[in-house]
Design a protein around this ligand. Structure first.
Ligand code: NAD
Length: 265
């Protein structure tokens, strides 16, 4: 469907239209506690492939298998070479207009918090202050036994010196990235994300296939939610509006309209 067309969904939701975009603008303008939740799709325009989008990593190699506890412990050579290189590739990227628009909306007090499934820290690089990272980050790594924390670079240095898996200097445990892999427990940040979602009267979901649990349950905890995503998600029909477009193009338009309607420009 081309941008500009729209259709009413089963529940009367608006999709892929200027009308849908305005519906998201209205929701943001009238909300008292809006939270944004992002997924890998918000960072594709920064050059970080997503897992399941049209050009996602998923289609090229089995990322679930590579970035899993099974590979980490069962095939450490593969994990600490190929897996670590995928993670490292996310570290030197720059925020795109979508991250910047979200940071602008937060600075204008329209958005109260950003819940992200991403580990790339691009929201913080764009200036967002309250970022809840529910799948971890790439700033540190830690010992799986005594929980000692090291800079992320420690793993690369150890691997370069032939220490696979990298060992904890205190207890000789395995040092692993502070990232939530498939089958890992959710961090404390997830509790905070649930609290924010339950508090919010509107959640804007950006660039997520909404297929990874438990993150996919968060929009349902908000009073209402809207979606910006390139492809359909299982939650589209429950959204007040869905805009099928590139986050880096759609979000700056939305931010500009919201700030104008709130008298901030
Ligand atoms: P996903 O890969 O499952 O889905 C991404 C969605 O974004 C897709 O539906 C795709 O159509 C959409 N998309 C892609 N480019 C877009 C764009 N420019 N504008 C709007 N939509 C776009 O991502 P997910 O739901 O976040 O789940 C994947 C898991 O993998 C998450 O846990 C995430 O932490 C992790 N991951 C993170 C990164 C990162 O930190 N940048 C990258 C890859 C995967």
């Amino acid at each position: 469907m081309a941008h500009g067309e729209w259709r009413e969904g089963l529940d009367g939701f608006k999709q892929n239209s200027d009308e849908a975009l305005d519906e998201l603008v209205d929701a943001l303008v009238s909300s008292e506690y809006c939270v944004v939740m992002t997924g890998a799709g918000v960072s594709t325009e920064s050059g970080i492939p997503d897992f399941r989008g049209p050009r996602g990593l998923w289609k090229n190699q089995d990322m679930v298998e590579l970035l899993s506890l099974e590979t980490l412990y069962g095939r450490p050579q593969l994990f600490y070479t190929e897996g670590l290189s995928v993670l490292n590739g996310m570290r030197d990227k720059e925020p795109n207009p979508a991250h910047k628009a979200i940071a602008t909306l937060e600075a204008a007090h329209v958005v109260k918090a950003v819940i992200t499934q991403n580990i790339d820290a691009l929201h913080q690089k764009a200036g967002a202050k309250r970022v809840i990272e529910i799948h971890g980050h790439l700033r540190t790594c830690s010992c799986d036994t005594c929980k000692a924390v090291y800079p992320f670079e420690y793993m690369a240095d150890e691997v370069r010196d032939g220490s696979i898996p990298p060992r904890c200097i205190i207890c000789n445990g395995t040092v692993r990235p502070d990232v939530v892999f498939f089958d890992d427990q959710m961090p404390d940040a997830f509790r905070e994300a649930m609290e924010e979602a339950s508090k919010s009267d509107f959640m804007l979901v950006v660039g997520s296939s909404l297929s990874v649990a438990p993150a996919a349950y968060l929009p349902g905890m908000a009073c209402s939610f809207g979606i910006i995503n390139l492809e359909p998600t299982p939650y589209d029909e429950k959204a007040v509006a869905v805009v099928r477009g590139k986050a880096g193009e759609v979000l700056p338009k939305i931010a500009e309209k919201v700030l104008r309607l709130r008298g901030m420009t």
